[in-house]
Design a protein around this ligand. Structure first.
Ligand SMILES: Cc1cc2nc3c(=O)[nH]c(=O)nc-3n(C[C@H](O)[C@H](O)[C@H](O)COP(=O)(O)O)c2cc1C
Ligand SMILES: [Fe+2]
Ligand SMILES: [Fe+2]
Length: 393
């Protein structure tokens, strides 16, 4: 059997997860330019052993080899399932096959999901609630319910004696590289990207979970994707800010264009807002990684969507972006729309339906016929001024 390098975060707490260097998409939605990792933690106490989370299907042999490398013939007593999504719980069937006596610990809803998704029988499931402890001898696990981060069953596991908090997706980032986040120069943008795509819609639940861990003594936060945090303050303060919905003086412009009319308006908007001292991010939606847009939605105060009419409605790529904004529920306060049509239009009606379901205040829109003339660009400048006024007001 291959011998693995298994980092020990604290005596008896082993990092037994896997790196998925080749994965390029997540949830069939967000690109993973740097792959990702599925972090699992083996907590070895004097009396009992618990595995906190598992790995994505396909990585079970590596996980089992690592667990065996540490435990030898010693049994695994518990599998703690912080989250039921298959990237962390998908390895449960293989682990149970190797260790049939291991009990699966999860929240009430998690226990149901362990049955539904992974065939864990009722007598192998153990429900834990907020504040419950599990004694492993010289180590104690405490469970902290943290629902809707980002599924209903999610929880955190805290190793009391070692002050290690295992938070599954919360505080995560997608990269296969590295081990500790204080050695990672791109940490914050990468975490922001991850927060935008997964946690942003549940900001309130995130803030509530942060409140619960506020008084905990924490040396290490171990998420289930990306590097482990030994420096807690920078990570915690970002999450406080993002869950609060703190915004920068920043406008996100996302557009799609077939023949350049909408593109010309979008670029004029960027130029004009920049001249007014506003921070701008402009993306051609068609060629932009969705998670980059999600990252800038975390702290943009206004969103400008540009998309022309196609077949009496909004260009489908624009509809997709509008739907993403609605679904991700960013903190932004203001919106504007730029569009072009050839004859009777239709894009505006559709975008109003989608964005009308959000709390965004529509500052204004331009729906022109045909190309963006000099007169149109002057109108874009006027709309930019209105947006800048809102941002400063
Ligand atoms: C495939 C296709 C379908 C279109 N369908 C409509 C339509 O149903 N109604 C309309 O008013 N214009 C329609 N147009 C015209 C475009 O909306 C118009 O050319 C617009 O100026 C394109 O903006 P753009 O330069 O930003 O791509 C269509 C254009 C294309 C290429
Ligand atoms: Fe998840
Ligand atoms: Fe995950």
């Amino acid at each position: 059997m291959q011998r693995y390098w298994i980092p020990e975060l604290k005596p008896g707490i082993h990092f037994v997860g896997s790196r998925d260097w080749d994965r390029r998409m997540f949830d069939a939605l967000v690109p993973l330019p740097e792959g990702t990792s599925y972090n699992a933690y083996l907590v070895v106490g004097s009396e009992a052993v618990a595995l906190v989370d598992t790995v994505n299907p396909g990585f079970e042999p590596e996980l089992l080899d690592k667990v065996h490398q540490i435990l030898g013939d010693r049994p695994l007593d518990y599998i703690v399932m912080n989250h039921a999504e298959p990237d962390h719980a998908g390895g449960i069937p293989a682990v149970r096959k190797r260790y049939p006596d291991a009990q699966v610990l999860a929240t009430r809803r998690g226990a149901d999901m362990a049955g539904l998704y992974f065939g864990v029988p009722e007598d192998a499931r153990q429900v834990v609630s907020d504040g419950d402890n599990l004694n492993l001898g010289d180590k104690t696990l405490r469970f902290i319910e943290a629902p809707m981060l980002h599924w209903p069953e999610t929880m955190f596991t805290y190793v009391e004696e070692d002050r290690v908090l295992l938070t599954c997706d919360f505080f995560g980032s997608h990269t296969a590289a590295g081990l500790f986040s204080d050695e990672d120069d791109d940490l914050i943008p990468r975490m922001q990207r991850y927060f935008g795509e997964i946690m942003m819609p549940y900001r309130r639940m995130g803030a509530r979970a942060l409140g619960k861990i506020n008084d905990l003594d924490i040396d290490i936060i171990g998420p289930s994707h990306g590097p482990v945090h030994r420096e807690i303050e920078p990570v915690l303060s970002r999450y406080q800010s993002w869950t609060r919905g703190d915004m920068a003086n920043k406008v996100l412009i996302a557009y799609v264009s077939m023949w350049g009319s909408t593109r010309a308006m979008a670029h004029q908007m960027a130029q004009s807002l920049g001249d007014l001292g506003v921070e701008v991010r402009l993306y051609d939606i068609l060629t932009t990684d969705t998670a980059e847009i999600a990252r800038d939605l975390v702290d943009a105060k206004a969103i400008v969507l540009g998309a022309p009419t196609v077949l009496a409605g909004m260009h489908p790529v624009g509809v997709n972006a509008a739907n993403l904004v609605r679904a991700l529920r960013p903190p932004a306060s203001y919106a504007a729309v730029l569009s072009s049509h050839g004859w009777s239009g239709g894009a505006m009606k559709q975008v109003e339906e989608v964005l009308g379901a959000t709390d965004l205040e529509m500052v204004g829109y331009l729906d022109i016929q045909g190309p963006a003339t000099a007169e149109v660009l002057a109108q874009v400048d006027e709309l930019a001024e209105k947006i800048a006024e809102r941002l400063s007001g």
